[in-house]
Design a protein around this ligand. Sequence first.
Ligand code: BEZ
Length: 211
Amino acid sequence: MAILIGDIAPDFEADTTEGHIRFHDYIEGSWAVLFSHPKNFTPVCTTELGYTAKLKPEFDKRGVKVLGLSVDKLENHAGWAADIAETQGTALNFPLIADPTQEIARKYDMIHPNADNSLTVRSVFVIGPDKKVKLKIEYPASTGRNFDEIIRVIDSLQLTARHQVATPVNWKVGEDVIIVASVTDEAAREKYPEGWKTVRPYLRLVPQPRT
Ligand code: BEZ
């Protein structure tokens, strides 16, 4: 059965470039991004992994552990890591999971047989500290993902986890957010004594909470 937003992310054990892990233990207490890349030594994947390594400080700032996965063998990952460092200017600094039996990829529906029966698509799962899936996106092998967008979504998810707000279209950090419908005007007056902008009774905008 497909993994849906709100489901517990399935646990697994795996060999990675940073040692053997049990997934739930590894991410304990943190946010996590688990993403698949179709195949080692391929151009789009090389650029994605280099860029993700560059973003590591941004993930760290947000308390997010990043893990990549492909159905290649572990020894194959090590050889490719040198290429990533040389061509993308940043060495791998997060674990790459080796899933040669495809067990994890199939658990997470990362293989879409009508696209390719042996390689994964480009799946991304953002998982919260409660181990529940907060976001899933899937791209075809031919389209490199926008990892800046993944950071943006994490900013939104972390904000909405702390406050009873939602984020509007194309929202970026620092822009106004939406007071969710379950917060009455009376409760909103307590939370936001400086007020908010009512565009419609169901669309109330307030400056982004800073804490
Ligand atoms: C790539 O990363 O360039 C790629 C990988 C698998 C299929 C197609 C493209």
